[in-house]
Design a binder for this molecule. Structure first.
Ligand code: C2E
Ligand code: MG
Ligand code: MG
Ligand code: MG
Length: 287
């Protein structure tokens, strides 16, 4: 028992014992962290790419790059390893790798035939990256290294990056806009950002979290939330991407409500790079 050291709840001044369950959770996180560090160093993470479609025109505007970890029998969801990466600080080297790999893939696609449209790519940027890393310098050097225009890169920020340090986030966002990148607020509605930030910060796009979108035709509360977010975004001149669009009916409804972009299984799940390129090629031939 003594080996389960005490943890103190700072706010309450209470002292609690680690339960065996806490112990297992901590040990699992540590195991994941060790393996993840090795996977990053050995370049064993991969990116998958999920299409983003402009609702008004049906044009494919680009892809969101999503980290995948499948090696040595590990096939772990980002929902599990990203939080471990955030807690351990590994998100900083991971995020740097994701940015560079996403831009390298985009550059590779440019050289391939059969694409009539200019594609963009979106990468997720975690709060710790915004706070600790010199994100703007990293983005600038990666864009330059791949010879890509900043307009083709969307950075998906979280509400937590803004809430934790609004002034710091604002400065970083202005630096990123100076590189012409597109700034999106990811999972909008699930965090705690104040509406006042939306007009103060140099944002281009709100991504409406899939927890509101997927069932909005069956759930009146979620429909009301989506409508409210769309009218707020329109009033502020922001684009909107609905996540988790699983049916054509939903895509039509979102278009009718003024949502500008959609992403979800109705088009495709996140695909390996070569399949994403084929998707883009066949999408152009349909358009
Ligand atoms: P996210 O940024 O909100 O990404 C969208 C997630 O929704 C992806 O899950 C995607 O596969 C899933 N999704 C897309 N369309 C649909 C749909 O129609 N229905 C349903 N049910 N799900 C859909 P994924 O790839 O498991 O990623 C989960 C989260 O992990 C991401 O959420 C993001 O927050 C984080 N993440 C993934 N890759 C990275 C990364 O490179 N860096 C950082 N910081 N976070 C990442
Ligand atoms: Mg995202
Ligand atoms: Mg999202
Ligand atoms: Mg989401």
């Amino acid at each position: 028992r003594a080996q389960f050291a005490v943890k103190r709840a700072k706010a309450t001044g209470r002292t609690e014992l680690y339960t065996p369950r806490d112990f297992h959770r901590a040990r699992r996180a540590f195991t994941i962290e060790t393996a993840l560090r090795r996977a990053i160093e050995a370049d064993r993470l991969r990116l998958h790419f999920q299409p983003v479609v402009e609702l008004g025109t049906g044009r494919l505007t680009g892809f969101e790059a999503l980290a995948r970890w499948e090696d040595n029998g590990i096939n772990m969801s980002p929902a599990e390893f990203i939080p471990v990466a955030e807690q351990s600080g590994l998100i900083v080297p991971l995020g740097r790798w994701v940015l560079d790999a996403a831009l390298a893939t985009l550059k590779g696609w440019d050289a391939r035939a059969g694409l009539t449209q200019t594609l963009g790519v979106a990468v997720n940027v975690s709060a710790l990256q915004m706070a600790r890393d010199d994100v703007a310098a990293m983005v600038a050097s990666s864009l330059a290294a791949h010879g890509l225009d900043g307009r083709r890169l969307t950075l998906e920020l979280t509400e937590s990056s803004i809430v934790q340090d609004p002034d710091g986030a604002s400065r970083t966002m202005h630096d990123l806009k100076a590189l012409d990148t597109v700034l999106a607020l990811d999972d909008f509605g699930t965090g705690y950002s104040s509406l006042a930030y939306l007009q103060r910060l140099p944002l281009d796009c709100l991504k409406i979290d899939r927890s509101f979108v997927t069932d909005m035709l069956a759930n009146r509360d979620n429909l009301a939330i989506v409508r409210a977010v769309l009218s707020l975004a329109q009033a502020l001149g922001l684009r909107t991407t609905a996540e988790g669009v699983e049916t054509p009916e939903l895509a039509r409804m979102l278009a009718a409500l003024g949502c500008t972009h959609a992403q979800g299984y109705v088009y495709a799940p996140a695909l390996p790079a070569d399949e994403a390129l084929s998707f883009a090629q066949s999408w152009s031939s349909l358009a």
